[in-house]
Design a binder for this molecule. Sequence first.
Ligand code: SF4
Ligand code: SF4
Length: 270
Amino acid sequence: MRGASTAINAIGDGRLAAEEIIRELGVESENSTSSVFLTPDLNELQFRKSIRTKEQTPHESSLKDRANFNLVMETFSTEQATLEASRCLSCDQLCSVCVSVCPNLANFTYQVTPKTYKLFKAVAVEGGNPEIVPDEEFTVEQPYQVMNIRDLCNECANCVTFCPSAGKPYQDKPGISLSMESFNLEEEGYFLSKLQNRTVLIHKHHSRISTLSLDNNLYTYETDQVRAILDTETLALKEVRFLTACVKEYRFSFAAEMSIILKGAMQLPF
Ligand code: SF4
Ligand code: SF4
């Protein structure tokens, strides 16, 4: 199709062709993102990565048997092609290379449901409660997310070397501390506090603190400027109060980010 090109382009073209065929056949997709492929379970993907399945090799005729017009190298049978395709590790869906290469197990993969949330913002009203008005959308595109466990990371940068996206996972990913002691040493990061009747995610950026508490299917988001109640399913703003007179407008995209990180932090095995 392109003339001489790269294997990556060939793989991409093959994927587009496969998606088109699947669409034409009317196969339903459970994935809400653009891909028509189904989202496999995290455990299933990780298990698949842990076992080595040998490749299929097409039959190749011996040197003595080539004085004819038969194919020297035969194409795969349907069974062989199916087996070969089943070796795919779906690394386009679950990378987590930074998780598997970390010698300290300091990166953690967690699963969330991809979804678009219609956020609201609060606008100050003279002499009254802030008005709640529609704001931008907040989209979680990928079902598999990564966080960095600060207590276990010695910043060796091995994950940087291996990240296929040229990222710096231990710096780019949200960093969560397992103890208040290590949280106090961080300039920026998260700490999960599990109390008797609620779970609180605390975020610190230098001296600024934001908290997101989960209690009775509601989130309470608090900073030094605002206190707000959000619905856990939709992130719709239910109540809001400005804590200082200088706030004229407040947006909640960071509260939305914290809700995703809270979901991940609650999946930590510690
Ligand atoms: S920098 Fe941290 S997360 Fe990355 S490989 Fe080293 S210890 Fe693991
Ligand atoms: S940070 Fe890099 S290695 Fe880790 S999941 Fe993302 S792309 Fe993969």
